[in-house]
Design a protein around this ligand. Structure first.
Ligand SMILES: Cc1cc2nc3c(=O)[nH]c(=O)nc-3n(C[C@H](O)[C@H](O)[C@H](O)COP(=O)(O)OP(=O)(O)OC[C@H]3O[C@@H](n4cnc5c(N)ncnc54)[C@H](O)[C@@H]3O)c2cc1C
Length: 382
């Protein structure tokens, strides 16, 4: 695990302790996690408990109640969340990143500490019915009215939308795409929970803004700077996506192997069959490759470089690894794995959602191809 992030002895000890604690936490709360997953319900108390232990804010400085770490800590926690089927702090981390990179002192003082402790919940209201992969067809509007702004638009697929206390709302202003940090208790906001197949512990919802009046201080960054705020945070959050996918891949393989090692078929165990062994070997290699790419991106960021290319490679490899591992887990478990009270279908569904959210597999491939064709000297290709 964490092939190159364990390079540093102190960090290796922290990683081992974190992995143990999150595994223990997940096992102690397995029944509640499973019930919430089935019901598509946000386990708010468990989320708060993770926040109290610092696991919702790996990159937030200690003065705001975070762990004070960097992308390595973020990657480790995200992977362990996937590996143990825990409620994800991914959306909180994105919100915190936005605040740290673009927030005014007032915005940071208001939101960073409660988002770190899990007392407040963040959501990002970007996608619309007719605008997902591309911003071109976004219809939400932001119109100046005196010193205020009036926001109108319908967002969809918003993780934790109905449960959130604050959302980052993307709308088109005269100056162009603009992001607003909006208190969800303001008049004119309504939500409706939806029912996705995966990531059901952080359910999605529609978020509708009907002439919501906000002060100019709600803008994150500057009017017209929405694309910049979006890209800066998504480059890092892809590292979290990749890590969660790697964790899901490990979970699928570990659980599948635990079953298959003791499952007799005739006078053999499932793991005695060479066809099965090769699948395990291929899936494990894919997980290792994705882990190395993810670690490389984390270390590259730590060294102060732009990581748009590296995180896209890591996420793409992590998607492939997770799909391969999930497929293998079904071969390891046969009919036993094909029931809703077994975890394998839920792992597969989480993988499918992570494959689309935060930059779909196809969009990442387009981006990588563009970079490779335009800039073959890029160090990511060395
Ligand atoms: C469970 C879930 C949670 C989500 N959470 C959030 C959230 O919290 N906040 C939020 O704002 N959004 C969220 N999303 C929305 C997500 O970001 C979008 O679904 C995603 O960006 C894809 O947009 P789309 O679904 O509209 O697909 P479309 O843009 O309609 O694309 C359809 C298909 O075409 C592919 N495609 C698109 N363009 C190209 C191209 N140029 N070349 C090749 N293929 C292409 C896409 O990859 C996709 O497979 C979530 C979605 C889901 C399902």
């Amino acid at each position: 695990m964490y092939p190159s992030l364990t390079f540093d002895v102190a960090r290796a000890a922290w990683i081992a302790a974190t992995a143990r604690e999150l595994e223990g936490f997940a096992e102690a709360n397995r029944a509640e996690l499973d019930a919430c997953d089935r019901a598509c319900r946000f386990p708010r108390e468990l989320y708060r408990e993770l926040g109290a232990r610092g696991y919702l804010a790996p990159m937030v400085p200690a003065e705001y109640g975070g762990l004070g770490g960097g992308v390595a800590e973020y990657a480790v926690i995200s992977e362990e969340v996937g590996r143990h089927g825990l409620v994800s702090g991914q959306i909180a981390s994105q919100g915190q990143r936005w605040l740290l990179d673009w927030g005014t002192p007032e915005q940071k003082d208001r939101w960073l500490a409660p988002l770190s402790s899990g007392e407040a919940v963040f959501s990002e209201s970007i996608s619309e019915k007719n605008a997902g992969s591309s911003f071109r067809n976004l219809t939400a509007t932001a119109v100046r009215d005196g010193s205020d702004w009036v926001l109108t638009g319908s967002k969809t697929h918003v993780n934790l939308g109905p449960a959130s206390d604050v959302t980052l709302f993307y709308a088109v202003a005269e100056e162009g795409l603009t992001s607003f940090l909006v208190d969800m208790t303001l008049p004119g906001i309504s939500t409706q929970q939806t029912d996705p197949v995966g990531l059901r512990l952080i359910p999605t919802g529609d978020v509708v803004f009907d002439a919501v009046r906000v002060p100019a201080s709600a803008i994150l960054g500057v009017p017209g700077g929405g694309l910049e705020t979006f890209l800066s945070t998504f480059n890092i959050s892809r590292l979290g996506n990749a890590s969660e996918l790697i964790g899901l891949a490990r979970r699928a393989l570990e659980l599948g192997l635990r079953y298959a090692r003791t499952r007799e078929v005739g006078d053999s165990m499932v793991t005695d069959f060479q066809g099965i062994q090769w699948m395990v070997s291929d899936a494990w290699q894919a997980v290792q490759a994705a882990s190395l790419a993810r670690d490389h991106a984390a270390l590259w960021h730590h060294a102060g470089h732009d990581i748009a290319f590296e995180t896209s490679v890591a996420k793409r490899l992590a998607i492939d690894a997770a799909e391969k591992a999930s497929e293998t887990s079904f071969s390891l478990t046969g009919g036993h794995g094909l029931y809703t009270d077994e975890p394998y279908h839920s792992i597969l569904s989480d993988i499918k959602v992570l494959k689309v959210g935060g930059g779909s597999s196809e969009i990442l491939r387009n981006y990588l191809a563009r970079r490779i064709l335009k800039d073959p000297g890029h160090e990511g290709l060395a």
